[in-house]
Write a protein that binds this ligand. Structure first.
Ligand code: BGC
Length: 502
């Protein structure tokens, strides 16, 4: 059995360029996450597309917790995630049949078209079409980019390389917050600049998708063995790639016997990976992160900051998000995945409880928090974001991209992407209403989820650090106290028995 120590590799300039260019799919995703909250808060935008909401906003009676509760506006933000949900399944087919590189190229087309239509929108339907196109881009990009990164990374750095995706997500969110801050002062078309600037990361991704290589795994899986081996030599920067090539070849021989990956995914031996992939994404969203990413300015206004101070606080949380993701890049392949997730649960739990307790005891329907308490709230929001950013944020993408065997990898990962989108949609759609009805209780609600996910990580999540991606079944799933029971019909050694092949 080969293992990671036998895989020779150097880090070449070309491979670093490939990592960064592909990871710019994350920039696009992050920009989309960060931009819409600010845009929907701009009066010029509301007057043009949602005049009734603008009127209501002018005459709204002040209620701290319900200032911004509006389903239609929330739908504008969240429609992108619905489109992405469906697109990710289509993307998984494209990814499987044509490869990771073309899937990333398609994503960039959707992004370019979506940015152009949104920025030029004259009518509401154009805006919605723009959101849907961007959502298709997210579906394609988020399916292909994390897989691309995990497959192309040397095993010892797989965690770090994969997290480049999340790093650029956080950079995208931060840039979007800063852009909104600046364009909100440009009347009456600042919002067009905000939406149109999405074209910049889209162009980077488009050019990137031309420059990057296909992954050796995808080439070999599609029968292009020689090309696959040559690319492997190129990205590893060494001639002797035999051990790694053999492992990929073996995995792809197995994969080629499975004609229906989605059917294969429904079998007992695929359940552990599927459950983990889906639950990590569900839990990621139930940390409550997007309550903060989408609505930080609103939240900060809720605790009593003025407009500018709120936007500034949102920028601060954005910076914390980026910097803490760097911590994850450094630690993930050393400390491992589980430790980061568990440590973060403790920190996030305490943060949510403290924020909830302060609001519960001090923030009534009207009035605001004392300056001291408001600052404590911002501080705990930062501690929360910090913990998320080195754990459930990046690992929600990394772990599902590395745990599936090749035969179910793209299909399984599509479930992870679509679960992320579904629950992002639900939180985006529901958060402001929940804040309005549950008030401070919403923070206790998230805290309870954090407790559950901590237990899940403790008992059900195996460690995948330093395990080569194509031997996960043998080294991880068949060794795990609970999940090994699901592996009864999985391949022995590296052979699938006839009845396992769909
Ligand atoms: C999540 C997003 C979130 C972002 C915050 C990503 O991993 O999928 O929903 O907004 O992290 O940095």
């Amino acid at each position: 059995m080969t293992d990671s120590e036998n895989f020779k590799s150097k880090i070449t300039i070309y491979v670093i360029v490939c990592w960064l260019l592909a990871a710019s799919g994350g920039l696009m995703f992050g920009y989309d996450i960060g931009i819409s909250g600010g845009v929907t808060a701009m009066d010029d935008f509301l007057i043009e597309f949602f005049p009734a909401i603008y009127e209501r906003k002018l005459h709204a009676k002040e209620n701290n917790y319900c200032k911004y509760d509006n389903q239609i506006l929330q739908l504008f933000t969240s429609s992108l995630y619905l489109a992405a949900l469906f697109a990710s399944f289509l993307a998984s087919k494209v990814c499987n049949k044509f490869g990771r590189k073309p899937t990333i190229l398609v994503a960039s087309f959707f992004f370019l078209a979506g940015a152009a239509i949104s920025a030029a929108a004259q009518r509401l339907w154009m805006l919605i079409v723009g959101r849907i196109l961007l959502g298709m881009g997210v579906g394609f990009g988020n399916e292909a980019v994390p897989l691309f990164l995990s497959e192309i990374a040397p095993v010892k750095y797989r965690g770090a390389v994969n997290i480049l995706f999340q790093l650029l997500v956080t950079v995208g969110i931060l840039i979007a917050n800063i852009v909104n801050y600046l364009t909100s002062k440009v009347h009456p078309f600042g919002w067009r600049i905000s939406l149109g600037l999405a074209g910049v990361p889209a162009c980077i991704l488009f050019l990137g998708s031309i420059v990057i290589t296909e992954t050796p795994t995808s080439l070999i899986e599609r029968g292009k063995d020689v090309a696959g081996k040559n690319i492997l030599k190129k990205i590893r920067g060494v001639e002797d790639v035999e051990a790694e090539y053999e492992q990929i070849k073996m995995a792809s021989d197995l994969a080629s016997q499975v004609k229906h990956p989605f059917k294969e995914l429904m079998k007992l031996h695929s359940m552990p990976q599927l459950i983990i992939a889906i639950m990590l994404q569900v839990f990621q969203q139930f940390t409550g992160i997007n309550a903060i990413m989408f609505y930080a300015p609103v939240l900060f206004q809720t605790v009593g900051f003025k407009n500018d101070a709120s936007l500034l606080s949102a920028v601060i949380t954005g910076i914390v998000n980026v910097l803490s993701t760097l911590v994850s890049i450094v630690l993930v392949d050393k400390a491992g995945r589980r430790k980061l997730l568990l440590q973060a649960c403790v920190q996030m739990f305490i943060s949510q409880v403290v924020i909830g307790a302060i609001l519960q005891s001090q923030l009534q329907t009207t009035g605001s928090l004392s300056k001291g308490s408001a600052i404590v709230v911002v501080l705990f929001v930062c501690l929360f974001v910090m913990a998320f950013a080195w754990s459930w944020g990046p690992l929600g993408w990394l772990i599902p991209s590395e745990i599936f065997p090749l035969q179910t990898r793209t299909a399984g990962f599509a479930f992870a992407v679509s679960s992320n989108m579904l629950f992002t949609f639900l939180i985006a759609q529901a958060f402001l209403s929940m804040l309005c009805h549950m008030r401070a209780g919403i923070f206790f609600f998230f805290a309870a989820w954090i407790l559950i996910m901590g237990l899940f990580a403790l008992f059900l999540l195996p460690e995948t650090k330093n395990v080569p991606i194509d031997v996960m079944v043998e080294r991880v799933w068949k060794q795990h106290g609970i999940w090994k029971r699901f592996m009864v019909d999985a391949n022995e050694g590296s052979r699938y028995s006839e009845h396992n092949i769909a």
